[in-house]
Design a protein around this ligand. Sequence first.
Ligand code: CA
Length: 262
Amino acid sequence: MSPPSEGTDVKGMDVMSNRPRRVLLAAAVLAVVAVGTYPASAANLDISICDPNAGVHFTADVNNSYFPLPTSPAPGQWILTGVDKGVPTSVRITVGGTAPFYGGRVKTRQVEEFEWQDTNNNGVVDPGEPVTEDSLNWFAQTTNGTNRGTVCYFGEVVNGDPSAAAGSWRADDPSGQNQPGIFMPAMPRTGQSFFQESAPGVAQDQAEIIGVGTVTVLGQPRSDVIRVREFNKAEKDKGYKLYAPGIGTVADDTLNLISFTP
Ligand SMILES: [Ca+2]
C-alpha cells in the first residue's frame, strides 16, 4: 500500500450507535464526500494483467488485503445497510465455493451479493422484505507476473438469469469478445484506473481510485481506506465504494458496513 496521496479526500464520521448483531458489532456511517469533477481518464492499468490467455495464472484463494475472500474458519460475510434512493436497503455479501472458468484452466471463487428492501434496516432478511437483486460473482487472484496479487473479475449471473439481457456475463464467453476485468489492484494507489468488466455491450464498468484516508469502520478508525469511483459510458457515474485493508468493502454509496464475519 502506498502512503496516502496528498490531499486525502476520504473522511469518516461515526454517527450510529452500536447494534447487538453478529460477530463484530458496531456501525459506521461514512460522511458522503463531496463529489467533485474527476477527469474521465483512460484506464491506466492494462486489462491484460488479468488475462489467462496472456500467461497469467490464478488462485481461487483470494487474500488481497483490500478484497479478501476468506473461507476458513467460515465463509466471509459482509452486511451493509442504509437508505438507497429513499428505500431502506441492505446488501449481504457471502463467500461461496469455487467455479471453473476457461474449461477448468482457472478456478474462481464465487461470491453472492444479495440485496433486499430492508424495511426495518436491521441487516436481517425478515418476512415480507422483498429481494431487490441476487447475483453470483466470480473472482480469482493472480499468482504470477509483476501484478501478482491482483483480484480479477470473471463475471456474474444476475437473479439466476445467465442472459446478457439480465446483465449477466462471463469472461470466457464462447463469443471470444469478453475477458476478465481488474477488480482490485495488487497495490492500490490513488489515480489507478481500470476496467472492472469487459463484456462489450453487456458489462463494461470502469473504476478509478480517487482517494486514500482514514475512516471509522465498525467503530474503529481505519487508515489507508481507499475510495473507488465506479462508472461506465452508458450510465456515467455508478457510485462510490470504500475498501479497508483487512476487511474489504466497507461502504457502497449510501450503504455502510454494519457487520463483517471473517
Ligand atoms: Ca430486516
